[in-house]
Design a protein around this ligand. Structure first.
Ligand code: HEM
Length: 360
């Protein structure tokens, strides 16, 4: 009896445990990739279509632990991609994976990115979680709803008065609160979508709710004092907007779009400006490079296709004005030139870029 029991344990350790380990290791590939591969083989007549190479990781986490290893611990995000290039070859610059709770394809060459951005009928853009941006915001909706809001916002965002164009909120305590709320919101933006107390995602959702409440209060004030408040800002524009049937946007659509535009517009531009400060201080020759025209086809910083950045003209304008004044009127140096980098939720120097500026 004793013998049989120990044999059983040996069999378990030698046979079953490695099998379970192997199954778990390949679980996501079996679950997501295998059925697709079989489907593609069955339906592609010339055998042309195939799934990109890659590894989709273990259940639930996918490749998230490897991702965090490279991004958070090693602080060498490029090596996450390099490790794939080494293992699977350069190929088309496409690798399958599983990140932030969703099966995903990484596209890491300019040509593959351009192809995907410009054929978005075949690659509808989906966010792993739209709750932070808002399910009815421009970035989350598709087709006619996307075109409807987009046609309006593109005009408004590119040509609107730069000052307080979101909701005419003057500098002061409310704006300061919004600033903190949006910092929290952004921290959850590239976090695993786990919604329970203590997670960055949970804090982001809570902060979003509070930010929405501030914008809602402003919207209700406007409604109470008549349709037009006389303000020429995004909130007013969204409140007035009608489609061909004369239907207005719902309150949720208005609020979702304001939140998503603050996220899309505010951080991206401030980070771009921060990097300009950083590189111009560190490498004066970068200034020269800035003046050279960008190489066609590789300059995809604003995306492409029907979802090309709605604020790209505004961002270019803001950045050029700032850079112009900076370069001709000031000199500046990094207070901590050796500061390390952090890469999540967005890449930036660990000291948030402290610079010492003097007027020339
Ligand atoms: C340097 C600054 C900026 C950069 C690098 C940038 C980059 C991008 C990129 C790459 C996309 C495409 C995302 C995708 O394909 O899903 C995008 C979309 C978008 N951006 Fe920007 N952006 C910047 C500034 C702004 C500003 C200032 C605004 C508005 C005030 C803005 C509003 C938007 C919106 C609304 C979208 C979504 C468009 C859609 O889904 O149709 N961005 N941005």
């Amino acid at each position: 009896m004793e013998m049989t029991r120990s044999n059983l344990w040996v069999a378990l350790v030698v046979g079953i445990l490695p099998l379970v380990g192997w199954l778990l290791w390949w679980w996501n590939d079996f679950w997501y990739a295998l059925p697709m591969m079989i489907n593609l083989r069955r339906h592609s007549s010339g055998g042309g279509a195939k799934l990109p190479p890659g590894y989709m990781g273990i259940p639930f986490f996918g490749e998230m632990l490897t991702f965090l290893w490279y991004f958070k611990l090693l602080r060498r995000p490029d090596d996450f991609i390099n490790s794939k290039r080494q293992r699977y070859g350069d190929g088309e610059g496409l690798y399958r994976t599983h990140l932030f709770g969703s099966p995903a394809i990484i596209a890491c060459t300019p040509s593959s990115n351009k192809f995907i951005l410009q054929t978005d009928c075949s690659f509808p853009i989906e966010w792993p979680s739209v709750e932070i941006m808002g399910a009815t915001s421009l970035v989350a909706v598709h087709g006619a709803s996307h075109t409807r809001i987009r046609s309006f916002e593109a005009q408004k965002v590119t040509f609107a008065n730069i000052g307080m164009f979101f909701a005419s909120i003057e500098p002061g305590p409310v704006l300061d609160t919004l600033d903190v709320l949006f910092i929290n919101l952004l921290a959850g933006f590239r976090a695993y979508p786990l919604n329970f107390p203590g997670t960055a995602f949970h804090r982001a959702l809570k902060s979003r709710k509070m930010a929405v409440a501030i914008f809602r209060e402003e919207m209700e004030k406007r409604k109470k004092f008549g349709v037009s408040s006389g303000k020429n800002d995004l909130m007013e524009g969204l409140m007035q907007m009608k489609d061909e049937e004369g239907k207005q946007l719902s309150e949720t659509e208005i609020l979702d779009n304001i939140v998503s535009l603050v996220v899309a517009g505010y951080t991206s531009t401030s980070l771009a400006i921060m990097w300009a400060f950083y590189y111009l201080a560190k490498y004066p020759d970068v200034l020269q490079k800035l003046r050279e025209p960008a190489k066609a086809g590789t300059y995809l910083v604003f995306g492409g296709g029907s979802r090309i950045c709605a604020g790209n003209m505004l961002a270019r304008l803001q950045i050029s004005i700032l850079l112009h004044h900076l370069v001709v009127g000031y000199r500046w140096e990094l207070v901590n030139p050796k500061a390390g980098m952090v890469y999540l939720s967005h890449p930036k120097p660990a000291d948030d870029l402290v610079v010492h500026i003097t007027k020339i």
